[in-house]
Design a protein around this ligand. Structure first.
Ligand code: CAA
Length: 259
């Protein structure tokens, strides 16, 4: 499928890589890009050969936010009636296989929010995160006020949302927003290494792990643990559980068939 605002390829026939591709606009997220991103994610999610996805940008920008030029003339009636953001931006929430954000450069506003909608973020050492919407007379509108405090706590989330300042990769890692920092020239190698590792595990267990961790943000502890316990029990019905444990017991490498 030909896309205008993204490029798409696979690595080792297992990892679906989506590159945001509006470099001149620092990958500002317009409706066309978000629609294409949703289409590409859904296509990879439906492809049985794909075990994991990566979203990345350019060295200078993962994404510098929603497209301000496009938004500048929107009225309340426009955004309310069109259900701006909700309509095109949230497809990623329905994706069941893991999605890793490989972030270099700016991840601001909607760019930071998109990275936070991924399952985890691997950051290059030049990454900069922030929610600068306050400078534009608005607030984060794609989940930033909700996902950022869950990731970094109230104090830092308030600081970022109210001052609009940027946070370095180091500060983001210390705060818990990113899972690891790597040198810029190793970003894709490291990210693809993680993605390929995930692809080789049981896809059913991987999907269950994602679903269960996500449940931690949607439920109280007792309900969340019960959800986890039932999924854990259910995995004993898979051939992959037999394979994984037999391989350990017999000191050999497990070969999962995703069944
Ligand atoms: N929307 C549209 N265009 C953008 C953009 C954005 N969010 N961010 C950058 N661009 C464009 C610039 O207009 C510029 O275009 P021209 O060359 O045609 O002038 C080009 O990208 C390069 O940008 P700069 O010249 O500004 O590059 P810089 O290196 O000097 O600064 C920056 C980089 C600090 C990221 C700066 O571009 C900037 O502050 N961008 C806006 C960041 C922002 O406010 N993001 C939040 C948007 S609102 C939002 O996302 C709402 C939401 O929650 C959903």
């Amino acid at each position: 499928m030909a896309y205008e605002f993204i490029t798409v390829h696979t690595e080792a026939d297992k990892v679906g890589v989506i590159t945001l591709n509006r470099p001149k606009q620092l990958n500002a997220l317009n409706a066309g890009l978000m629609i294409e991103l949703g289409q590409a994610l859904k296509a990879f999610d439906a492809d049985h050969a794909i075990g994991c996805m990566v979203i990345t940008g350019s060295e200078k920008a993962f994404a510098a936010g929603a497209d301000i030029g496009a938004m500048a003339t929107y009225t309340f009636a426009d955004v309310y009636k069109d259900d701006y953001i909700t309509r095109d931006w949230e497809t990623i929430r329905s994706i069941r296989k893991p999605v890793i954000a490989a972030v270099s450069g700016f991840a601001l506003g909607g760019g930071c929010e998109l990275a936070m909608m991924c399952d985890f973020i691997i950051a290059a050492d030049n990454a900069k995160f922030g929610q600068p919407e306050i400078k534009l007379g608005v607030i984060p509108g794609a989940g930033g006020t909700q996902r950022l405090p869950r990731a970094v706590g109230k104090a830092k989330a308030m600081d970022l949302a109210l001052t609009g300042r940027m946070m370095s990769a180091t500060e983001a890692e210390q705060a818990g927003l990113v899972s690891r920092i790597v040198p810029l020239d190793k970003l894709m190698e490291e990210t693809l290494g993680a993605a390929l590792m995930i692809c080789d595990y049981s896809q059913i267990a991987v999907m269950a792990a994602k679903e269960s961790v996500n449940r931690a943000f949607e439920s109280g502890l007792a309900d969340g643990v019960m959800f986890e316990r039932r999924l854990f029990h259910a995995l004993f019905a898979t051939a992959d559980q037999k394979e994984g444990m037999d391989a350990f017991v017999n000191k050999r490498k497990a070969v999962f068939k995703h069944q």
